[in-house]
Design a protein around this ligand. Structure first.
Ligand code: NAP
Length: 314
């Protein structure tokens, strides 16, 4: 109980309770008087815990002069001002690897649900449609090309899964990797080669609206967009238009630009499958993420090496 930390996101009890057991925790998210809380305790805060989707303003960090570490409960840290943290010498940690398999599972599920029409077919059965007519024919997945934007931990895990399903893998990334998959130097070329274009790169300023109207046009009417990374990477109005006018065939989306708000036209389309950002949402994985999030804080305050410092600060 020696150190004061501030919590800026809704955390699950299996992380929140151990944090409260070992730290003096200050709840910024639920504080009715946030400036009052900062004035009262900001000067003594040494750690900050936030979610993967939490945006941390520089003004908040400026109000925490003794802050040493930000521990992110999630792998994505696009909400953290990394350059600022670097300049100030703040450590930033995240929870990579432990969620990779689950997120890859969701990508494959979205490929199956969109390609094989499983969600639509489920609705068809539940509505009694099978008594009136046979089911629609859908798309064979084997032999089709999955184009991966960002062949990192999750991208590679997706590649392994779809390869086992007999699909082809192509990718684009900041640089080619020594892997037996086809590298395409531009996102548009990747989209043109893809039946399923899967977004699995980080969010943030560098990738904002990377998947825009031109990329969707290149993906074309045979192509389906899958996004399990961040909503900010896809130009959502352009996506809605491309889905509505048949520029692309469909979309499977786990993430959105303004969660939990989803552009209303998407809710009415039967060529999209929508999930509520559940990439890592299994009990086992969230527990492992919670353990790692706390392990990073504990290591820092015990003077041990940080288990998962983000690469920009390593
Ligand atoms: P990762 O291992 O860092 O992989 C990201 C890949 O994208 C890396 O190969 C990276 O290349 C590449 N990349 C970075 N910037 C790029 C750009 N501008 N254009 C093309 N490629 C780029 O991360 P990960 O663990 O696979 O996670 C990927 C993302 O998934 C996270 O950042 C997070 O936002 C998202 N995510 C979503 C969920 C969910 O619930 N849906 C759960 C977990 C994660 P370098 O190696 O050169 O950096």
């Amino acid at each position: 109980m020696n150190n004061d930390i501030i919590i800026t996101a809704q955390l699950p009890p299996f992380l929140d309770e151990p944090l409260h057991a070992d730290y003096r925790c200050h709840d910024y998210l639920r504080a009715a008087d946030k400036p009052g809380l900062l004035a009262a305790v900001g000067g003594g805060i040494r750690g900050l815990v936030q979610g993967g989707g939490t945006v941390t303003p520089i003004a908040l960090l400026d109000a925490l002069p003794k802050l040493e570490i930000i521990s992110v409960f999630g792998v994505g840290y696009d909400g953290v001002p990394v350059d600022y943290c670097k300049a100030r010498g703040l450590k930033v940690t995240n929870t990579p690897d432990v969620l990779t398999d689950d997120v890859a599972d969701v990508a494959v599920a979205l490929i199956m649900m969109t390609g094989r029409g499983f969600v639509r077919l489920n609705r068809f059965v539940q509505a009694g449609g099978w008594h009136k007519q046979g089911p629609e024919l859908t798309t064979k997945l084997g032999g089709k090309t999955v184009g991966i934007l960002g062949l990192g931990r999750i991208g590679k895990s997706i590649a392994a899964r779809v390869t086992a399903m007999g699909m082809q893998v192509a990718y684009t990334d900041r640089a080619p990797q020594d892997l037996p998959h086809r590298f395409l130097p531009t996102l548009e070329a990747l989209a043109a080669a893809s039946d399923f274009l899967v977004v699995s790169c980080p969010g943030g300023a560098a990738t904002k609206n990377l998947v825009g109207a031109d990329v969707l046009r290149a993906l074309g009417s045979k192509g389906t967009l899958i996004n399990i990374a961040r909503g900010s990477i896809v130009d959502e109005p352009a996506l809605v238009k491309a889905l509505a006018d048949g520029t692309i065939k469909g979309a499977g989306l786990d993430v959105f630009a303004d969660e939990p708000n989803i552009p209303s036209p998407l809710l009415a389309m039967d060529n999209v499958v929508l999930l509520p950002h559940v990439g890592s949402a299994t009990r086992e994985t969230r527990q492992a993420m919670g353990d790692l999030c706390k392990a990073n804080l504990d290591a820092w305050f015990a003077g041990r090496p940080l288990p998962t410092l983000i690469p920009e600060l390593a």
